[in-house]
Design a protein around this ligand. Structure first.
Ligand code: AMP
Ligand code: MG
Length: 526
């Protein structure tokens, strides 16, 4: 079986073959200079146990469900066996955390195993939580079950929602116990350790480039940028100053596109530090993320960010630009001319505004040209925030609205209101006006209402990984019951389908979850 899996995986390592390595092989914490990564061996675990495997990702890398049942698979994807002739490594990167330059960060608890190729796609397989690395700083290199379930379920759910994201192959228990102070309040406790195998074409982040610019190591910076273009942006051509600009523009466009998707589905990343921004414009590092329940531009799931709410839902597009400025600064030494970078950066705001409006138009089922749409959208956003209104239920229900009966509008979306009695007369009046304007606007559409409904339901998901749903799966898993992980995993594969048998998940957040840790309050301690 071992050799069968080895034969099936078409290993083609490039990152740790083409780029400079840290010459020190010892696994000690240190500043790593002039190198893109350090070789490191994952930690042996006490009693690894596979909890879930993504059949789709197995197939994507060329393996079968049968392969995933083998001891060898379990050992490789929990770090207990290293694939022959491969050299796992942790990447060196820096980053701005909450607006401040933090210096070297790096893969403190992620270890890249190998790059594989299958059906013309290359994938890097990376373990998260497989032990310490030279970048672990003061932490242990491990991950706990709760955060691993959240990452495993959410990254696959995001993919099926059509949001660019890293993927996940497997979720396993390490068998080790991990000490965590979940709320940073001095109450540390042991939790089950877990390991997720994440998968992406590349795990490069803005911070990978920033670290070399910060250290004025232009030589390694150039090597890394040229490598990135060669392997991930080859359509842009041979590296040159012009290509670097095109590269930056491509990153700007994909980053923007990703955040527009976040806004569409109500996803709040929670920690948009530059070390958590993928160079491929993929959602990466699922930490204290959350889903909007009540539609609220000020909401953030991250309690660590509660005071300033830097990474709140309504700020994500602006933060994207802020982060792109930092990437531009990092690339500047290779281009040596600010103008080109500046003009690309200046294009962001206009692109963001028009893409945001287009995205919201699609959520409302508006296709005909009409320049009053921005106004309709802003007044909707304002009205939605008057009383706690569930974003997912509101938009999904809105596809049942009939332009012939605007007075029925409130009835159609009534399930979205958390406390129906909170909808005051003046808010009711605001809704009435909004529904009337919306009905008038719909009259300009040529599509039938059946077609509109179908289109709207393709962009307004019925099922998202609500914060309390992940928490229910975590609570069960902590008691040794893993069924709900699979139930949610299957549910979220088809987030736009009606799935009438799963109607129980198309409900507002239950009241018990309103202030519960893990549901509305999350920290970076994972
Ligand atoms: P994050 O906020 O999860 O993106 O992590 C920021 C930095 O802290 C990254 O360099 C991580 O690798 C590192 N880090 C987070 N958790 C751990 C941990 N348990 N052990 C070692 N490093 C960690
Ligand atoms: Mg991170």
């Amino acid at each position: 079986m071992d050799s069968e899996i080895r034969m099936k995986l078409h290993i083609n390592d490039t990152f740790n073959r083409e780029l400079p390595a840290d010459p020190i092989l010892e696994n000690t914490r240190r500043q790593v200079k002039n190198a893109c990564y350090s070789f490191v061996t994952p930690k042996q675990t006490v009693k690894p146990e596979l909890l879930h495997v993504s059949t789709e990702m197995l197939k994507a890398i060329g393996l079968t469900e049968g392969d995933a049942k083998s001891e060898f698979f379990l050992n490789v994807f929990t770090g207990n066996a290293v694939l022959p002739n491969t050299k796992p490594y942790a990447m060196c990167y820096g980053g701005h955390q909450f607006g401040n330059w933090a210096g070297q960060l790096g893969d403190g608890r992620a270890i890249n195993l190998v790059e594989v190729e299958h059906e013309n796609q290359s994938w890097t397989l990376q373990l998260k939580g497989a032990g310490e690395t030279p970048y672990s700083r003061t932490a242990d290199g491990l991950a706990v079950l709760r955060s691993s379930i959240r990452e495993y379920l959410c990254s696959e759910a995001m993919y099926h929602l059509g949001v660019p994201t890293t993927r996940a192959l497997s979720l396993a228990l390490s068998g080790d116990e991990v000490l965590r102070d979940m709320l940073y309040d001095g109450n540390a406790a042991y939790e089950k350790g877990a390991i997720v195998c994440r998968v992406s074409e590349s795990f490069l982040r803005f911070g990978n480039y920033q670290i070399f610019a910060a250290r004025q190591d232009n030589d390694t910076l150039k090597k890394l940028v040229d490598y990135t273009i060669k392997h991930h942006f080859s359509h842009l051509g041979e590296p040159s100053k012009k290509t670097y600009l095109k590269f930056f523009e491509a990153v700007l466009n994909s980053t923007l596109k990703m955040i527009i998707h976040w806004q569409r589905v109500g996803f709040v990343h929670g920690v948009m530090n530059t070390d958590n921004m993928s160079i491929l414009g993929q959602t990466i590092d699922y930490g204290p993320y959350g889903w909007l329940e009540g539609y609220d531009h000020n909401w953030t799931p991250n309690t660590t960010d509660n005071q300033f709410k830097r990474y709140r839902y309504g700020a994500q597009l602006d933060i994207g630009l802020w982060n792109l400025y930092q990437l531009a600064n990092a690339l500047y030494p290779l281009i040596d001319e600010a103008e080109g970078l500046e003009s690309i950066l200046q294009s962001y705001t206009e692109k963001a505004q028009s893409q945001y409006i287009d995205m919201m138009r699609s959520k409302l089922g508006l296709f005909a040209d009409d320049n009053s749409d921005a106004e309709l959208i802003f007044s909707l956003e304002e009205t939605l925030q008057q009383t706690e209104t569930d974003m997912t239920i509101f938009f999904r229900s809105l596809s049942n609205f009939s332009k012939e009966n605007p007075s029925e509008g409130l009835k159609i979306v009534k399930d979205a209101f958390y406390i129906p009695t909170d909808v005051s007369d003046s808010v009711r009046q605001q809704w009435t006006v909004w529904f009337e304007t919306y009905a008038e606007r719909l009259k300009k559409e040529t599509r039938s209402s059946v077609q509109r409904k179908e289109k709207m339901n393709q962009v307004n998901p019925k099922y998202v990984l609500r914060n309390y749903m992940a928490q229910l799966a975590i609570d069960d898993a902590n008691k040794g019951d893993y069924k709900l992980i699979d139930e949610l995993f299957q549910l979220l594969k088809k987030p736009y389908d009606e799935q009438l048998e799963n109607e129980k998940w198309f409900v507002k957040r239950p009241d018990w979850a309103r202030h519960k840790v893990g549901c509305s309050m999350l920290s970076c301690s994972s």
